[in-house]
Structure formats: structure tokens, C-alpha cells
Write a protein that binds this ligand. Structure first.
Ligand SMILES: N[C@@H](CCC(=O)N[C@@H](CS(=O)(=O)O)C(=O)NCC(=O)O)C(=O)O
Length: 215
């Protein structure tokens, strides 16, 4: 049964697409338009009660929350494609640690920047300069910690590319491209080298080639 990924053009679903490509898992997609409210359609809400993307359907198994989905497939298909979880339980602990750091420390400020810098002008919602300034300050402090970590380790969890690195790509792409805030990465030598390494992976370039961002 082919995995069905809902909402491939949006950022969080791109986490899932990259994981599936790295694990050599076939998939098909279901296009939805957030700007038309497709994600709030009652039929979709029966599958994803929070009305967010992604959702995946794998036969009669349905899953949402992008980070849960990538953990599921990385584990289920551990023996094929790229090993994204490390070799030992200690490796796995560090993969989980940096996945949580991405979700709890990297994502919130960058998500606020995306909303206030990119989406606000399109949606006609407020673009709050104070939120933008504070989010950039918070993100800068997070990236300083990344700079220290990546001065000692090629990737976040160790000397291997993992889900932790992968999880940063969809919103990091916004920072480096649409938001034109690449200086936040380029001003940090080790973060910059790390970003160039992970964002040049064929799997990520395949995702970008297949499914354009909406903004
Ligand atoms: N924690 C969720 C967040 C998903 C999420 O915020 N998706 C956005 C799209 S994107 O920001 O990832 O591009 C969405 O559905 N937004 C619509 C909404 O929140 O109403 C995940 O990681 O799957």
C-alpha cells in the first residue's frame, strides 16, 4: 500500500516527504489549499481534528504530527535507505534530544517569523515588528547554541545525518530563502557549513523540485 501524504506544498509535510525519500519509501500526495480552507473541511477534520498538515494514510493506518510521522517511518524501515536514528541507544538519545530542541526551541521563533514576515502580508493579518524583533533575538540565541554544538560535531546528534538535522530543513529553507534572513546562518561558521551540507542532500532538492512552497 502506497503512503498518502496530505499537503506536500507546505513546510511541515516536507519533513515527511524528505524522510520517505531518504528511506526509499514510495508515496503519493493529496494536494490541499490552506488559503481556501481545505484543511478545515469537516471531512478532513474527521481525519485530523486539529485541522493541520501533514496527515498521512498508510492503508487503514492514519497518522498526523510531522515529527511523529518521521519517527514512525525511520523506525519501521530502519533496515532500508539512510539510517536516520543512529546505531546505538546513545545515538538515538541524542537524535531525540535534538529533535525536541528543534520542536521546542528552534521552531517557535522561526514559525513566528514566518507568520509575521511572510504570511501576514498575504493573509492581511497583523505583522508585528516587536514579535519579529523578539523572535529573531530568540532564534539568534538558539543558533549560538547550535554553533557551539556544531563546532564539536558534524551533525547535531553526532557524526551521522539524522532525523534531527532533517527536521530543520522545511522552516530553515524559509529563513534562508523567502525571508532573506540567511545572515543568521552565514554569520555562524559551523551552522553555515552544517546548513550547506544538509540542504544539499539530493533528497531535499528532490522535495523542492517536486513541491513548491505556497509562498
Ligand atoms: N506540529 C504540527 C504543525 C503542523 C502545521 O503547523 N502545519 C501548518 C502548515 S506549515 O506551517 O507546516 O506550512 C498548517 O497546517 N497550518 C494551518 C493551520 O494551522 O490552520 C506538525 O509538525 O505536523
Amino acid at each position: 500500500m502506497t503512503v498518502k501524504v496530505y499537503g506536500p506544498t507546505y513546510a511541515s509535510p516536507k519533513r515527511v516527504l524528505m524522510c520517505l525519500i531518504e528511506k526509499e519509501i514510495d508515496f503519493e500526495v493529496v494536494l490541499l489549499d490552506i488559503f481556501k480552507g481545505d484543511h478545515k473541511d469537516p471531512e478532513f477534520l474527521k481525519l485530523q481534528p486539529f485541522g493541520q498538515l501533514p496527515l498521512v494514510q498508510d492503508g487503514d493506518y492514519t497518522l498526523y504530527e510531522s515529527r511523529a510521522i518521521i519517527r514512525y517511518y525511520a523506525e519501521k524501515y530502519k533496515s532500508q535507505g539512510t539510517d536516520l536514528l543512529g546505531k546505538t541507544i546513545e545515538d538515538r538519545g541524542l537524535v531525540e534530544q535534538w529533535l525536541e530542541v528543534e520542536a521546542q526551541h528552534f521552531h517557535p521563533p522561526i514559525y513566528d517569523l514566518v507568520l509575521h514576515v511572510l504570511f501576514a502580508p498575504v493573509l492581511g493579518t497583523p505583522s508585528d515588528a516587536k514579535v519579529i524583533r523578539e523572535s529573531e533575538e530568540k532564534l539568534g540565541k538558539v543558533l549560538d547554541i547550535y554553533e557551539d554544538r556544531l563546532s564539536k560535531s558534524k551533525y547535531l546528534a553526532g557524526d551521522f545525518f539524522s532525523l534531527a538535522d532533517l527536521s530543520h530543513l522545511p522552516f530553515g529553507h524559509y529563513l534562508m530563502n523567502q525571508m532573506k534572513k540567511g545572515y543568521m546562518v552565514r554569520d555562524r561558521k559551523h551552522v553555515s557549513a552544517w546548513w550547506d551540507d544538509i540542504s544539499n542532500r539530493p533528497s531535499w532538492n528532490r522535495v523542492l523540485q517536486l513541491y513548491q512552497y505556497p509562498i
